[in-house]
Ligand binder design. Structure first.
Ligand code: NAD
Ligand code: MG
Length: 382
């Protein structure tokens, strides 16, 4: 029985993961769950899955929580420290890191240091502190299995050959809701339009990141550290159908891809089942109906955020933490209609260029820079 700690249980990935646990209850047991502040939703999850521990990361919600709405067998804990404790708990086999943003870094790091299998959806962990996380995993023997669909595809395609024979990897992008819009139309697009993703149903932050292609920028950086590749070996192609989740090209020219309908339950399940494969929970690909698969190069003029991903993957050091923090604040200001669409990439570029670069920062330096970049981005005016 795989005992899982599902951190971020109330979100989009959390909900998909619970679907997998529901169907594969013979193999997966939910030991712990967490949410930020939505305790009613968490209590409902606890009634169905009967975890031993439920965590509310946001301490300030404590006075509102009705403890008798949680089942008797579930202990309710509070705060970010409780997330780290449960991530390292001896009774946990796998930590599903499904918190959004750099808020997920502490618990992911704790899980990696404790040698857990980490099913990593929280890409921000690797964007902010990739080299530190990978080093900690090498020391503890922790297995980091990607949940991000592109990285799951790459992980699977890498099983077809040797690492030293990889020429490049190509991450696919749906192109987001503005794939066919002009630069002028995109410039004036508000959050309502940006929140309408054509192929994926996800949380609001990653949905905006998908509209700017910042999500793909973050994924380039994630791939750089997770697979220990050179930045030059990572490319991006727009594939509107979101069926081919990414490819690996080997030195002999062979290209190995992974295909399936866009549904996060498959990569989540694979991160739990690997190296086994279990019966599908998500729908299968229908080869009998006519389908076409299109691939076009990304347009960096209309989606300038993507270039920041290539730049930061090349620079490494402190750049990932700064880009991520600036983007988190910029997205929240865009959602509040304080910034326009292209302000997001502009403020990220500016804050990045103003920061004091270090090539091999400590975790403490990264946390301090994250804080600095948030303040700079909060004050920034177009
Ligand atoms: P979401 O907004 O739907 O859910 C986020 C979860 O994190 C919720 O449970 C929320 O309560 C919790 N949370 C929010 N702020 C927190 C904080 N400060 N401290 C502790 N917990 C907090 O997000 P999502 O779409 O499920 O994305 C989760 C992660 O997975 C992100 O890193 C995202 O990039 C990644 N991801 C998501 C998808 C997807 O399909 N949704 C696909 C690939 C990768
Ligand atoms: Mg992805």
């Amino acid at each position: 029985m795989n005992q899982i700690a599902l951190l971020g249980a109330t979100g989009s990935i959390g909900t998909s993961c619970l679907d997998v646990a529901r169907v594969h209850g013979d193999a997966v047991q939910v030991f712990a769950v967490s949410a930020n502040g939505s305790w009613q939703k968490l209590a409902k999850i606890c009634h169905e899955f009967q975890p031993k521990i439920a965590i509310l990361a946001d301490e300030s919600c404590r006075p509102n929580v009705k403890f008798d709405e949680f089942p008797a067998g579930t202990e309710v804990r509070f705060g970010a420290e409780a997330l780290c404790e449960v991530a390292a708990d001896d009774r946990v086999d796998t930590v599903v890191a499904a918190i959004v943003g750099a808020a997920g870094l502490g618990s992911s790091h704790a899980a990696v240091k404790a040698g857990k299998r980490v099913a990593i959806a929280n890409k921000e962990t690797l964007v902010v502190a990739g080299p530190i996380i990978m080093q900690a995993a090498a020391e503890s023997g922790s297995e980091l299995i990607p949940v991000d669909s592109e990285h799951s595809a790459i992980f699977q395609a890498l099983l077809a050959g040797r690492k030293e024979d990889v020429a490049q990897i190509v991450l696919t992008s749906s192109g987001g809701p503005f794939r066919e819009k002009s630069r002028d139309e995109i410039a004036s697009a508000g959050p309502k339009a940006a929140l309408k993703h054509p192929t994926w149903d996800m949380g609001p932050k990653i949905t905006i990141d998908s509209a700017t292609l910042m999500n793909k920028a973050l994924e380039v950086i994630e791939a750089r550290w997770l697979f220990n590749l050179q930045a030059e070996q990572i490319d991006v192609v727009v594939h509107p159908q979101s069926i081919v989740h990414s490819f690996v090209e080997y030195r002999d020219g062979s290209v190995i891809a992974q295909l399936s309908p866009p549904d996060m339950r498959l990569p989540i399940q694979y991160a739990l089942s690997y190296p086994e494969r279990w019966e599908a929970v998500a729908p299968r690909f229908d080869f009998k109906s006519a389908q076409s698969l299109d691939f076009v190069p990304p347009d960096l003029e209309r989606f300038p955020a993507l270039q920041l991903g290539f730049d930061v993957a090349r620079q490494g050091g402190t750049s990932g933490a700064v880009l991520n923090a600036a983007n988190e604040i910029a997205v929240s200001r865009y959602l509040q209609e304080e910034l326009s669409f292209y302000d997001i990439a502009n403020v990220c570029r500016e804050v990045l260029s103003r920061h004091t670069f270090h090539a091999s920062p400590s975790l403490e330096e990264l946390v301090a820079l994250d804080d600095w970049a948030r303040k700079e981005t909060t004050q920034w005016q177009p």
